[in-house]
Design a protein around this ligand. Structure first.
Ligand code: FES
Length: 186
């Protein structure tokens, strides 16, 4: 799995989060899982830097902290994307081509399941049955269920987000220009 680069200001956030969690949970070895949970709750995932800092402060070998962080499914090693794509690979969805849908997302986003795009726009996960097998193959995007998804629909879902993003960027640019204009007039 690809390790994510930190974004601006994230290093400081990580140190603040780890410091606060260690203060409330303590630094004894028995606190390791609660500490990892607490840090993930604050940051949304467990960055490598956080695990290194935890190992240092708890005086544990890094390999032990990384071992626990990677052993349990509850821990995320990549940041959640702005858009979370969950492809159902339960039995019904698998039979109806869920793996083809997963591959379509992997190809379009250039990431593998469990990863996040470098711009943190999308994270891609496989999930077990989400309880609407009659709609297979199912994808849950930002908690919205997409039914009977085809590879063409994958393109459609991503295109919608791309258009939204471009519109938002254009809006932000308009606002910035307006503020500059107002600044010149004042
Ligand atoms: S197997 Fe996908 S919704 Fe049940």
């Amino acid at each position: 799995m690809r390790a994510m680069d930190l974004i601006e200001g994230e290093e400081e956030l990580i140190h603040t989060a780890v410091g606060a969690v260690l203060q409330s949970c303590g630094t004894g070895r028995e606190s390791l899982i609660p500490v990892l949970q607490g840090v993930q709750d604050r940051l949304g995932y467990l960055p490598r830097l956080a695990m290194q800092r935890i190992a240092g402060d708890m005086q544990l070998p890094e390999v032990e902290v990384f071992g626990v962080g990677t052993f349990y499914n509850q821990f995320r090693l990549n940041p959640p994307g702005k858009h979370r794509v969950e492809v159902c690979l339960g039995t019904a969805c698998h039979m109806m081509g869920g793996h083809i849908i997963l591959e379509s997302f992997e190809r379009r986003l250039s990431i593998h399941e469990g990863e996040t795009t470098p711009d943190r726009e999308y994270s891609l996960e496989r999930v077990a049955c989400v309880g609407c097998c009659a709609l297979a193959p199912v994808v849950v995007v930002d908690e919205k269920v997409e039914a009977k998804v085809s590879p063409i629909r994958v393109d459609g879902i991503l295109l919608t987000f791309e258009i939204e993003k471009k519109e938002q960027e254009a809006e932000q640019q308009r606002e910035a220009e307006q503020q500059r204009e107002e600044g010149r007039e004042a």
